[in-house]
Write a protein that binds this ligand. Structure first.
Ligand SMILES: [Zn+2]
Length: 291
């Protein structure tokens, strides 16, 4: 059992996180046709254009600071949104350049994408990102060392534990703030018609039931509830209702630390805390096939 404890005797932590993918996704879903598909593009541009003001206002209303991750191309297209995220006190982390999955890139290309994304965020906001979330939540075994080499304080893409943990690399240990598909609104509400992607659109009550059950379980275990949302879903009229109901439900629990991922990372890097976190390696166990 881990000796890990949350700050100030808090029972568990809640982080509201948003993957602002924007206009990069059509190029991932339908590369040959993306430039000819106005409707598909409009589905995803809705996130930065329409959802973001509503989401930022809702977070202000409940005095919550969140963590946003965005591909650099989306931020280039919406620099005012990027600056507004930072101005209102939220985290803005790296999420690829065109939402490229690292495991599909050569090591050299992965590094160029990482460096180019850092530069865009730095140029627009004036500060270097300290957090990284991989597009589509995938990393290859060499990725954590690369992130460490570029000075990232944490990654938030893996699912190995309920609490923060270290991933060992040749460049030093990388802090992982784990996620889960169970607390991801894409699974409940993501829908693209062509190509058919997503699981369909759940009633809000079903989505909320999945999210709140996971939270209540993590509350019992003292875990990190790292809620991941996508503005093109969470900022739609019905999506925002789900988010507000979720906040109100979670607010009913005592001694919960509502924090940005960067704040959780700062806490985990304190030496007395760091030594209590579980550790993992980047090794992927080999298969053993029986003939
Ligand atoms: Zn994404």
């Amino acid at each position: 059992m881990s000796e890990f404890k949350w700050r100030d005797d808090r029972i568990c932590a809640v982080a509201l996180t948003f993957d602002l993918d924007g206009e990069t996704i059509p190029y991932m879903l339908d590369p040959p046709q993306a430039t000819k598909r106005m409707a598909l593009m409009s589905e995803f541009s809705y996130g930065p254009n329409v959802s973001m003001p509503h989401i930022l206002d809702l977070l202000d209303l409940y005095e919550i600071k969140g963590s946003f991750f965005s591909p650099a191309r989306t931020l280039e297209l919406h620099p005012d949104v990027a600056r507004e995220i930072v101005a209102r006190g939220h985290d803005l982390g790296h999420h690829g350049f065109m939402h490229e999955r690292p495991d599909g890139l050569s090591d050299e290309k992965e590094e160029r994408v990482l460096a180019a994304g850092i530069k865009v965020i730095e140029d627009i906001t004036g500060s270097r990102p300290t957090g990284y979330r991989s597009p589509a939540w995938e990393l290859k075994p060499s990725s954590p060392a690369l992130l460490k080499r570029y000075g990232f304080q944490y990654d938030s893409s893996l699912m190995g534990y309920d609490i923060p943990y270290w991933v060992e690399t040749d460049e030093g240990d990388l802090l992982e703030l784990p996620v889960s598909w169970r607390n991801d609104d894409w699974v409940q509400f993501g829908f693209v018609s062509v190509p058919a992607v997503g699981n369909g659109i759940s009633p809000p009550s079903i989505g909320l039931e999945v999210f709140t059950a996971e939270f209540e379980g993590l509350f019992a275990r003292g875990g990190l509830f790292n809620m991941t949302m996508h503005p093109f879903l969470a900022g739609r009229p019905g999506g925002l209702i789900v988010l507000e109901r979720l906040i109100r439900h979670l607010r009913g629990f005592p001694r919960v630390w509502w924090a940005k991922l960067s704040e959780i990372a700062d806490y985990c890097h304190e030496s007395a805390v760091a030594s209590t976190l579980p550790r993992a390696t980047t090794e992927i166990p080999a298969a053993k096939w029986i003939d």
